[in-house]
Design a protein. Structure first.
Length: 82
């Protein structure tokens, strides 16, 4: 899968809006769940900030590990989106 930089730059405002909405929604959900399970408000906010972007970074690590063959190919296929 290749990233078309011209398309991303051409729709930069939309890309940034969707990114902020996605990470913001994940932050709110994680902070709310952390609070619902009994964390103090400050702790819930820190957990939300720490984990909100974690999923996107995981996809970067998965693609890097697949390209360098650090992780066996069947594992990468099982973890990557279709």
């Amino acid at each position: 899968m290749m990233l078309d930089l011209r398309l991303v730059l051409g729709e930069f405002a939309l890309v940034m809006l969707l990114f902020v909405l996605l990470v913001g929604a994940k932050f709110a959900l994680i902070a709310w769940l952390s609070s619902a399970f009994g964390s103090a408000p400050g702790t819930a906010l820190r957990v939300g900030i720490a984990l909100a972007q974690a999923g996107e970074f995981g996809f970067v690590l998965l693609s890097l590990s697949a390209s360098t063959r650090v992780v066996p190919e069947p594992c990468c296929r099982a973890c990557s989106p279709p």
